[in-house]
Design a protein around this ligand. Sequence first.
Ligand SMILES: [Zn+2]
Length: 318
Amino acid sequence: MNIPDPSSVLDRIVLGRSYRRAADALTAFAAIVLPSSCVICGQWDTSLCPGCSAVFRRATSRPFRAEAGAESLPDVALDAAGTAGSGDRTDAYGPLPVVAAGRYGRAVSGVLLAYKNHGHVDLAAPVEAALAGALHEAVTHLCRSPDGPGPARQVLLVPVPGRASSQRRRGYDPLMLLLSRLERRGGLPAGTRLVAGARQVSPAARLSGALMRGGVGGVLRDGLAALSGPGGGQKGLGRRRRRANVLRSMRAGRHARALLADRDCIIVDDVLTTGATIGELHRVLRGGGARVLGGVVIAATSSPAGARPGTVPGPGTG
Ligand SMILES: [Zn+2]
């Protein structure tokens, strides 16, 4: 008997119409019946008061290039304009370009963590607006056609896949929920298409993969990282541990070869810290034959200048 892979089943559910309808109904329901207080200042009767909403909007309305502070992003060939994936016009190598909507400061982290980890799906609207701004900025400046800025052909937006275990715990995939809302409202940048191009590999599959590749030594090297992965997040880990923690944690989706080969992609994630997670998806997409033009995140822990270290991120970021 052919047992379906849970993560691919979840992919289908998350991308399905019924899931989207249910998520919207849940949002409306939560807003009506649940007593709430502002996730930033604690003011009653609203999940985000007008004042904190304005602070969040200001903090995420000027997207910036955030790759400079992320040491685990892959190095890629860049042209003179600092864009990747333009083929033979290579002028330099540098970290994969990443556009962030804002810096991971107090207001932004408060809203993101409440939305992501504490069931505040009613905060999807402001987070979605922040992500939309960064996506438009990225498509304008990371994609180049011979005529100038902007994509010459369709660009695939590929979100970092959520872990099946996190999805079960939360009941929703925060990033995919935002992107599918944007897609449904026509809010994605022109010339882009949302594609679930990769999925998470289960810890058991990572262990057996490590055993096949490197025997017991391979299990000790890669497998323990797989086991430490799910709840541990990336916080407080050194650069090499962060990389090891996510290495081979993703693989291309079921029909990815046909979807990805020779296509231009932009990776979408929620928070950029070291870039190890984006690096892992970059590896998978490149393996599928895609060109990766850059990444987009809602928030980055590096400041716009790239010099000042940001606020320490919460669990599950990376
Ligand atoms: Zn407030």
